[in-house]
Design a protein around this ligand. Structure first.
Ligand code: ADP
Ligand code: ZN
Length: 656
């Protein structure tokens, strides 16, 4: 009876599989999905291995095997890799592979109608020479079945999407699956339309907005190999593709690829791992690649594919800074106001960008000076006029805007400080009453339908001025958009974040790319109090490479990523003394290693979040340093105390 014990991995926060007995006459393959009794209920798990782990008690029996293909070896290897790299429990990574309730699938077994992509070359565009070279390189890697990472690099509008659509054809011809990762999946109508025009069908989508039944059907179609193309958010990377042939990561520099809760991971980096395990190419796409990726190109790990010019010869917009020290009391400076007036006059479109949701970032009492804060976070409450509420942007807490100061009870004494997009919208609507002016933000009042609708109306020029947050920066193609005004270009620079400059550059470059995409030349005005700041200077001079070089030199000098490695430890709990105690015992037991520096512990900048107090430590190692091993042993040796939780974040992007 040597094969009568199997290890079953369950999609829960436990790092090891459980032993189960098999009914005598049955044999299951590793990767099979099975139903097992677990803690008085039944659960779905995956056969992880078939060797007894030495448990000698009486084992529970596996109930049944699900009528589904098993999870492939590549996907299982990926689970292990992701768990080990990110120091996450194996079961939590499995949960990302099985993100649908499998118990119920026997009831409603509707199968999804999936269109077959038309691979006929007719009707496709003829590629430019640069595009051809790039597409050929990717295609060759697909045909050879090689792991290779490409950086597809070119300014917005240079035809990068066209290149990878063309390369996708090669993978589809081989009958392989493709996953395309996009940030802000809710906003990809234009992308979907393009795919549809090219391949005659819609790809399947994967994102949080799917209905449970569509989610279920999509997942099953992927597992059964019936879904040729999946376009999705970062979580789409973990779905159980049996025959993946190509991965595309569009806007690879985008911060939304970093998942910050549950399993903390960077999807772009994990995509490269997935490609390596599956021996397939992965294409990272960006006009402003991350320093990590640029460094990998320089060290010959990634192959650089460059598109030098905007397609059809459209020029890049001119970028100028407006020195706000001359206009300290204006949110919209006179030069920007003039430019808006000119644009309206010429019947062109204007975008105003401010990466701050709501009406005002701070509300204070002019009688006693009290500032309205979230009761459970170290965060000011942001006024949202649209629904008359104050909202915490950290935890979502919200209350009706009070009429009296909660502190001194003075009436009519609360004042809004500083502008958010709602306030800019209000002001612009007053200054330009004849213009059709709308606002687009990503808050809870904007449904995907509302967003699509608005984007469509901008595209068809039913709107003259669109004002919004970074939701506007991404990928949209608005033919008549000639002016982009950035209300507060300095906004992302403060806070001492490792990537503050890099991100600000990328974001403002991306916003700028919305101007002048067709015949009419584009113009970008950046309102800044620091026109000499390297980020502003580089943007104005359109000197991406110069900026990247300077930024790299600085990171290299400090041995910061990508030249060293970071791991963050966040200690949190509701009892501030216990949190401090655990943070300090981490400091006391910190490992000594010549390649390792430990910073902290200190109270986190966001020292309270959802009622939990937070302390942080930062671990810095050399590039080859033993980051994961060291963290695992160290953190594993700390005794739990109260409800204190220790979270490890490998390659952190947030330092709050
Ligand atoms: P990017 O992804 O670099 O921003 P796109 O692939 O979206 O660039 O291309 C910008 C615009 O130019 C799109 O409207 C696209 O259809 C068009 N385009 C790109 N390459 C070609 C080509 N070879 N022939 C015709 N149109 C093209
Ligand atoms: Zn809060």
């Amino acid at each position: 009876m040597s094969n009568s014990i199997v290890q079953i991995l369950l999609p829960i926060a436990i790092d090891r599989p459980f032993d189960y007995a098999l009914p005598l006459d049955i044999d299951y393959a590793v990767g099979d999905l099975v139903e097992v009794p677990f803690r008085g209920k039944t659960a779905i798990g995956m056969v992880w291995g078939k060797e007894a782990t030495g448990y000698s008690g009486k084992l529970k029996e596996v109930i049944r095997r699900l009528d589904l293909p098993g999870i492939s070896a590549e996907n299982r290897e990926f689970v292990t890799w992701v768990a080990r790299y990110n120091l996450a429990p194996l079961g939590m990574v499995l949960k990302m592979v099985l993100p649908v309730p499998l118990e119920q699938r026997t009831k409603a077994r509707k199968t999804l109608e999936i269109g077959v992509p038309n691979l006929d070359q007719q009707g496709t565009v003829s590629l430019s020479e640069d595009q051809e070279t790039a597409a050929d390189a990717i295609q060759k890697a697909i045909e050879m079945g090689n792991f290779q990472t490409f950086l597809l690099d070119g300014v917005t509008g240079s035809g990068k999407t066209e290149v990878y659509l063309s390369a996708m054809q090669a993978a589809l011809k081989q009958g392989r699956q493709i996953v395309v990762l996009l940030p802000e999946i809710a906003l990809t109508t234009q992308w979907l339309n393009r795919f549809q025009r090219r391949f005659g069908v819609e790809p399947l989508q994967w994102h949080s907005g799917l209905t449970p039944s569509l989610r279920q059907q999509t997942w099953t179609a992927i597992l059964e190999g019936r879904a040729p193309v999946i376009v999705g958010a970062r979580s789409a990377l973990f779905l159980p593709y049996p025959s993946l042939g190509l991965i595309i990561v569009d806007e690879e520099h985008d911060p939304s690829y970093k998942q910050e809760d549950q399993v903390i991971y960077q999807a772009r980096d994990m995509a490269v791992v997935r490609a390596k395990l599956s021996k397939i190419p992965v294409v990272l796409v960006s006009a402003t690649p991350s320093l990590e990726t640029v460094t990998n190109v320089e060290q010959d790990r990634y192959q650089h594919l460059v598109l030098k010019n905007r397609h059809g010869g459209a020029n890049m917009p001119t970028i100028q800074t407006i020195d706000m020290r001359h206009y300290p009391h204006n949110w919209i400076s006179p030069p920007l106001e003039d430019a808006i007036a000119q644009g309206l006059e010429a019947k062109e479109q204007i975008m105003l960008f401010l990466n701050r949701r709501g009406y005002a970032p701070l509300t204070l009492c002019r009688t006693c000076g009290h500032r309205l804060m979230c009761p459970t976070c170290t965060s000011w409450l942001v006024e949202h006029k649209r629904n008359g509420r104050l909202q915490c942007h950290q935890c979502g807490y919200n209350v009706l805007l009070p009429s009296t100061c909660p502190e001194c009870k003075a009436e009519e004494s609360l004042i809004a400080c500083g502008p958010g997009v709602e306030r800019i919208h209000e002001q612009i609507s007053q200054t330009f009453p004849m213009a059709r002016c709308e606002m687009l933000t990503s808050d809870m009042l904007s449904t995907p339908k509302h967003i699509h609708d608005l984007i469509r109306r901008v595209t068809t020029h039913e709107i003259d001025i669109i004002i919004g947050t970074q939701i506007l920066a991404k990928g949209h193609h608005f033919p008549m958009m000639t002016l982009v005004g950035v209300v507060d270009a300095d906004l992302g620079l403060s806070g001492g974040d490792l990537r503050a400059c890099e991100r600000t550059y990328q974001l403002l470059h991306q916003v700028s790319g919305r101007a002048g995409r067709e015949q009419r030349p584009g113009r970008v005005l950046l309102q800044t109090f620091n026109p000499d700041h390297p980020v502003m200077a580089a943007l104005a001079a359109q000197d991406r490479d110069g900026f990247v070089d300077a930024e790299k030199a600085e990171r290299e000098a400090r041995l910061m990523p990508p030249f060293g490695r970071l791991g963050a430890i966040i200690v949190s709990g509701t009892n501030t003394h216990q949190v401090e105690q655990v943070a300090k015992s981490l400091a006391r037991t910190a490992p000594l290693h010549p390649d390792v520096t430990i910073l902290g512990p200190v109270p986190a900048p966001l020292s309270q979040l959802r009622g939990r107090h937070r302390w942080r430590l930062l671990v810095k190692t050399t590039k080859a340093g033993p980051l994961q091993n060291l963290l695992a042993t160290w953190v594993g040796g700390i005794k739990p105390l109260g409800n204190v939780r220790i979270t490890v974040d490998i390659d952190p992007y947030s330092f709050l």
